[in-house]
Design a protein around this ligand. Sequence first.
Ligand code: ADP
Length: 255
Amino acid sequence: MPNIDHTKKIVEISDVSFSYGKEEVLKDISLEIHQGDYLGLVGPNGAGKTTLLKIMLGLLPPKKGDIKLFGTDLKKFKKWSDIGYVPQKATNFDVNFPATVKEVVLMGRYGKKGLFRRTDGRDEIIAKKALQEVGMKEYENRLIGDLSGGQQQRVFIARAIAGEPKIIFLDEPTSGVDSKTQDEFYALIKKLNAELNLTLVLISHDIEKITKEAMHIACVDKTLVYHETPEKFLESVHAKEFVGENAKFTTHHHS
Ligand code: ADP
């Protein structure tokens, strides 16, 4: 069982608001994420989950409020190699690019080494270990474009862990994922949390699943509606409000 160390604050969000133009998308969000936690970020479509993730990653500046990463103000934060990110779809990566699985995972080392430094034997060992971790070792010489969506996602997780981060932000893959692939994805990231003691933040579209998996649930709907253990969240009126009949948010996705 992974341990949460409440003395180590990995992310501190204080009173953050954000708007795209005039439309306020996030309002007065305060949230702390501690070392070893596995936080499921849930909420309806368009609730601001991705926006909040981008703010935590420093990709969008908050309009109001403060963010600290590892105790350092986001504006001064430099150790980006401590932070891993696995997007839902690898939009910034053309899977038709003729790169092998191993090459893709080695890209995860650049954050540690600087973009123009050559990778060496140690990087190869770390990349192979990461592939082992996600169960994709035997695919290392295959082209990334030849793999299934679920397998590509595993490779992107391997790329993130090859950077030896302390926290990983993930966006749950949704499109074209069958329930077996989804189960494997959840089993893998639970293992990363338990065995590598990696702090995880996962945007999930499946309340039923994430409440069985995560250690805490943060429910966002412009404001932070709820931040509690899955058990308490499920008992709350908020879960009932959102869950509706079929216990999922998976009815209509926007891209
Ligand atoms: P979620 O991830 O919970 O589905 P998002 O953070 O993607 O929600 O979006 C929150 C709101 O902000 C939505 O109304 C969405 O349409 C809007 N939005 C998202 N990205 C942009 C953007 N780049 N420009 C303008 N509006 C945006």
